[in-house]
Design a protein around this ligand. Structure first.
Ligand SMILES: *Cc1c(COP(=O)(O)O)cnc(C)c1O
Length: 429
């Protein structure tokens, strides 16, 4: 479910008319709904609490899905933790008010300086992905006179997800230490002064809309927990990752409801029952995906003998998912189409000099004119967070709505900011 709906002929975000945001902030612009973020976080957190013994479920929002300060502060205020993948994300999580002891540091390639920053900040947990990282973390923490709590991210050799580029749990993927290696590494870690191994983590992929792949992977982890304990190792935490998917193909009045979340929670409870571990969860897309849209204005029509191109002011640098993952986003006109309006099959494209800058081909939409506003729905996850300045386009603006209020939580980049950081080489200055 989300809080974007038509009222009196126009699309609203909660109680704010999107035309007002377009007028006052310009386009393209991301618009996020606080109510949707809060609803999804609460649904998820409550379901996971019910899957674990009291006080043993911990939710760390995967902030790479959407790192907007307003979104982060909204989630921090609800008591969420943060799953981070870089020093920049740790810094931003702290700035947004996530306490250090609710921050997890994941990621395939953490540098020495990033690990030092994380240990110094006193974060909850480092998810170690390689033997080299184990040694580096221990050395760095020991130099600081600390012992960092950590888990091994295991590759369960079960991958899943909506697209090959977002599958992470197969042994063919670059993520995690292999199942066979964990025991040996646990043994080594016991003799290292700078780490305290607390357990295991996994994350098998993204946009997963069933529970079977999770279940297969988690069942393997449960066996591993028992094996490690039998060898005398401490296993107190099991971080189950994120990856639960959302519906992108949303009929206008459809409430996707809590079904998948509840099925997932029931499965987690079943598979981890009696394990006596703290459970960690790292949802990203599920919390913010349906909570955001990208609003864009039609610039031009480009009719061809076989096609009708609709050129809009957003491009692949603002929303790369269609170009990168062949992702589908519904398109809703901001002015509610009148019954009986003829539909036209449009190729909706951005201004960037690449044919890949195509949001969709042959999509039936009500006839549109230059100046009309449309919204790419379900753009709250991996939208603005993956934006770039390709083609020297300004980083897109972001707005957070709450009830009848809205705030620009990231102003559109200025040309001074875009060009001002460049430096000419001295021999050409
Ligand atoms: C990306 C990522 C997540 C979040 O994935 P979603 O599909 O957005 O839920 C969680 N954990 C790790 C380690 C990740 O890399």
């Amino acid at each position: 479910m989300h809080h974007f709906s038509y009222r009196d002929g126009a699309l609203f975000a909660e109680d704010v008319d999107l035309r007002r945001i377009a007028d006052e902030v310009g386009t393209p612009v991301y618009v996020y709904s606080s109510a949707t973020i809060e609803r999804h976080y609460r649904l998820y957190a409550e379901a996971m609490q019910s899957a674990a013994p009291a006080g043993k479920a911990h939710v760390f929002y995967a902030m790479k899905a959407n790192g907007n300060l307003g979104v982060l502060k909204t989630l921090a205020a609800l008591g969420a933790g943060a799953d981070t993948v870089s020093e920049g994300e740790i810094r931003k999580a702290l700035a947004a008010g996530f306490p250090a002891d609710k921050i997890v540091f994941s990621g395939v390639g953490k540098s020495e300086s990033e690990l030092r920053f994380a240990v110094q900040a006193g974060i909850y947990q480092v998810n170690i992905e390689t033997e080299g990282e184990l040694d580096l973390l221990s050395t760095v923490a020991n130099q600081l006179g600390k012992r960092q709590e950590a888990v091994f991210r295991v590759n369960p050799d079960i991958g899943a997800g909506g697209h090959a580029k977002i599958t992470t749990g197969s042994s063919e993927n670059k993520f995690g230490v292999s199942f066979e290696e964990v025991g040996r590494l646990y043994g080594r870690a016991a003799n290292l002064p700078g780490v305290r191994m607390m357990g295991l983590a996994l994350h098998i992929g993204s946009q997963i809309r069933e529970t079977e792949s999770f279940e297969a992977a988690y069942a393997k982890m449960a066996v591993l927990v028992a094996d490690l304990r039998a060898e005398g190792h401490r296993v107190e935490r099991l971080d189950l990752g994120g990856g639960l998917g959302i519906p992108y193909n949303i009929p206008k009045a459809f409430d996707h409801g809590p079904d998948l979340i509840e099925a997932y929670a029931a499965m987690v409870k079943r598979v981890t029952d009696g394990l006596d571990v703290e459970l960690g969860f790292e949802p990203g897309r599920l919390i913010v995906g349906n909570a955001g849209i990208l609003m864009t204005r039609v610039l031009h029509l480009n009719p061809r003998p076989t096609k009708q191109f609709l050129v809009v002011d957003a491009a692949m640098n603002d929303l790369v998912r269609p170009a990168m993952y062949e992702a589908y986003h519904e398109i809703w006109p901001v002015l509610e189409p009148q019954a009986g309006t003829p539909e036209i099959a449009y190729d909706v494209v951005g201004p960037i000099c690449e044919s890949g800058d195509t949001f969709t081909s042959g999509r039936a939409l009500p006839a549109l004119e230059p100046g009309d506003l449309i919204a790419f729905m379900t753009a709250g996850a991996y939208g603005a967070s993956m934006a770039s300045t390709y083609n020297q386009r300004l980083l897109v603006a972001e707005v957070l709505v709450k009830g009848g209020d809205y705030a620009v939580t990231r102003p559109r980049q200025s040309y001074e900011d875009l060009l001002g950081t460049d430096r000419a080489p001295p021999w050409l200055a």
